[in-house]
Design a protein around this ligand. Structure first.
Ligand code: ADP
Ligand code: ADP
Ligand code: ZN
Length: 213
């Protein structure tokens, strides 16, 4: 079962994807994580995308489609969770073609609906564990012990360079201009299932669980 988590920055895609990985053995494919890894590795591609990401703009379709293609060919599991991909109609078409080549298809597109006002608080309070990738929030999901990851005990907690109000404004504009048309696209295909992303994390988990069965 291959699914897309679709929603604006801060909607909770990463949080829910990690839960599906843990509970269902699915494979999370986050282009944001792949691009941040490329940046951290200091590769030529990483250097090229670094400033674009910090500004909150989308990197080129060619780069992210290439990253997804590599991982689709390399990974196996109980289905893929596309997190933060596709973000343009060209990426959506490319994904359909890549899956068809593997004899696979998309099962469901989960649209995570969240108000714009809530996103500022989500993004500015977000921090993650540099070791295991667990996602936290200053107010809604703090660590049990300050400065220590609940999941793995690491003290390497970090904030993203693009998680500030300025970059978020650009990211939201990019979302509305280039990504939100995908809602209509997948609705017309009959694949779209909305969930209330404003509910508490556990409630969102339950809504998605009910949709996926
Ligand atoms: P968020 O979790 O806030 O939705 P991501 O981690 O998915 O953000 O993405 C961070 C940044 O990486 C984006 O602002 C963009 O610059 C780049 N990026 C990630 N995925 C894509 C994609 N599919 N297409 C283009 N750019 C992407
Ligand atoms: P995305 O991957 O869509 O950008 P994240 O999963 O990283 O979103 O979540 C953004 C921030 O909001 C994180 O700090 C996370 O802990 C928090 N968060 C996620 N889901 C919820 C929720 N349902 N209610 C409150 N806070 C949430
Ligand atoms: Zn951790």
């Amino acid at each position: 079962m291959n699914i897309i988590l679709l929603g604006p920055p801060g909607a909770g895609k990463g949080t829910q994807a990690r839960h599906l990985v843990e509970t269902r053995g699915m494979v999370q494919l986050s282009t944001g994580d792949m691009l941040r890894d490329a940046k951290a590795s200091g590769s030529d591609m990483g250097k090229k995308v670094s400033a674009i990401m910090e500004a909150g703009q989308l990197v080129t379709d060619e780069i992210v489609i290439g990253l997804i293609e590599e991982r689709l060919n390399a990974e196996q599991g109980a289905g893929f969770i596309f997190d933060g991909f596709p973000r343009t109609l060209a990426q959506a078409d490319a994904l359909a073609a890549l899956l068809a080549k593997l004899g696979q298809s998309l099962h469901t597109v989960i649209e995570m609906r969240v108000d714009d006002e809530a996103l500022v608080a989500r993004i500015t309070g977000r921090f993650t564990c540099g070791s295991c990738g667990e996602v936290y929030h200053d107010k809604t999901k703090p660590t049990a012990v300050e400065g220590t990851c609940d999941n793995c005990g690491s003290t390497e907690l970090k904030r993203r360079a693009d998680d500030n109000e300025n970059s978020l404004r650009t990211r939201l504009m990019e979302y509305y201009k280039k990504t939100s048309p995908l809602i209509g696209y997948y609705y017309a295909k009959g694949d779209l299932r909305p969930v209330n992303g404003l509910a508490e994390i556990d409630e969102v988990k339950a809504s998605i669980g009910a949709i996926l069965g």
